[in-house]
Design a protein around this ligand. Sequence first.
Ligand code: ADP
Ligand code: MG
Length: 706
Amino acid sequence: MLNKFFNPDSIAIVGVSLEKEKLANQILKNILEAGYRGKVFPVNNKATPASKVRSLKVYPNLKEIPEKVDLCLVVVPPGAVLSVIDDCADKKINSVVVITAGFKETGPEGARLEKELVKRAREKGIRILGPNVLGIIDTHHHLNASFAPTYPPAGNIAFISQSGALGCTALDQFPLEGVGLSKFISIGNKADLDEVDFILFLKDDPQTRVIMCYLESIERGKEFMKAAKEVVKEKPVVVIKSGRSQAGRKAASSHTGALSGADEAYEVAFKETGVIRVKTVAEAFSVARGFAFQPPPRGERVLLVTNAGGAGIMATDACEDYSVKLATLSEETVQNLKKNLPAASSISNPLDILGDADPERFKITLKEVLPDPAIDAILLLVTPQATTKPKETAHVVCEVYELFKQREKTVLTCFMGGEIMQSATTVLQKAKIPNYNDPDTAVKVLRSMIDYSKIRVGRKEEEGKVFKVEKSKIEVILKEEKEKGYLQIGGAKALEIMKGYRIPVVENYLTRSPEEARQIAEKIGKPLVMKIESPAIVHKSDIGGVKVGIKPDKVEQAFNEIMENAKKFLKGRSDEIKGVSIQPFLKEGREILIGAIKDVNFGHLIRFGLGGKYVELFRDFSTRLVPLTSSRVLEMIEETKIASKLLQGFRDEPAYDVELVKESLLKLSQLVEDIPWIEEIEANPLLVYTKGGAVIDARIRIAKEE
Ligand code: ADP
Ligand code: MG
């Protein structure tokens, strides 16, 4: 369906000026200059039968065009766009690019018009790219339906940009980077078609090997994740995501919320789907070039070959920084190299073939190492020294690389320097060997490529576990609270909700009088914890609402003290007090936090980490998006620095009940999936023992609307 946007047999451009070189005329010029092979129909409502622009007949209306039109580019003022859409419908054009700006980006009035535009298009079965876009480029179909000043050479990198200006910036960089473009899509306001649609389309595009995106937001977070998972199996997706909007989250009332950065959901979503996130346009090109030119490594073993000790050391440092593994040469390679290289060479990794290495020595070396089965990737570092012949060396590298190409080894180079190395760069680019200026960048690219290989082969989709829970009962409780206007739920209610989802919680008895409290205490017979029960009190200890280690004979007195403190705090609103909860005083255990917070675009984030008072101090946590699965829960736990070690049993300590933590996380995931209007939920701490455990305090925040 989207095919017509990239490979139309005919294009209409509505809004071409009869007198001036306006935007639409610029687009028309671009279309003609790029060598588009289909038909082009300019449209202007003032056109007469004799009107011509660039020697093409201009039509007064789409309907007047005597032939079928596949794609319509709309470049009229915002107020006139809707009627063009109607004309498109009449003309049976269902692929439309609205270049015109002045919609959502300008304020409420523009947003209203944009909504109307989408509504109209949907009614008529028209797909819209835009509004507020630069247009579309498809180099393989010689289509430049854009007003971008640069038309890059054809190649295998697709580029999706939410910003037109950033789009132009990157397009202009393609030639300098030595890479080519397959398709460029400016998505602008994304009123209808967005990045989700286009990454899915590009997944099956034979001309595209890498998808590069500049994005400022992803509104359809869940759909994006689903799509990205599919696409990444076929080709890498490299994303520059800018903008850290606060809109993604509401004010937080729990630790889980307080730990969230505004950008957290994106970070997690990219990590989970295997989308490669980069910070800068330069970085995006570095990574994209690696993938565009080379196969991703089959394994992780990297060999560094260099003509300079310093370059080798820098690359080794980078390998350590990015956890890239150094290969060990196989014995046969070592022996052959010993025979053929000067005695002073260092035949290990980095493989240092010395500063006086001439092209011949590079050739001998590469011929030995390229077929070595103990190596998955090679980074060749070349510095300009007295006898280095950069261009000849580059030629030799390409020649040997060509000989062993079928071995599918990943080869990157780092011809370091400036002017002298320029000639080498061009040679390498032609042979599709990605060259970088510094070892750090090269190694970072290798890291991304290795990660990509792992993700692609290693992902097994597993079904989430489903627990037997009391969904409807819990829903009723939450609805009741909401109707009473309590959007923050703590104390006994919060524990009850967790319990309904089979998360182990401490025994909790709500008492309403000192006498009742005493009776319960005697029944429990152990030291107790007493806590104020009031929907108006969220942080109980802060107001003297918690007493721990109380013996049964002191319970009545404690009850009264807690009530008094609460009344003081509530300034007489004592009808807000439900009573005092009594729990057995639990022995010390590992204090764990489990929680969830809802992101407007991606849904619930689940959090695991070190619990207790010092949550924000240690910030030892990991995060995933729902739904969780067993293996992802395991990953989450392993990802934390301290919590994972404490649970495993540090040094001589015993192991704690990790299984209980895992199950609790899965149950929490099920809870927020079942009841998505939970905005925030947290158990802190979940006390974990060597066997068993229990939540002793929990909080929930629900939305006003379900
Ligand atoms: P809040 O966080 O609202 O102040 P909590 O219920 O978390 O109230 O109680 C405060 C602290 O008291 C907890 O962090 C924990 O250290 C301790 N505590 C609470 N309940 C128990 C219990 N049942 N057993 C042992 N210690 C408890
Ligand atoms: Mg607490």
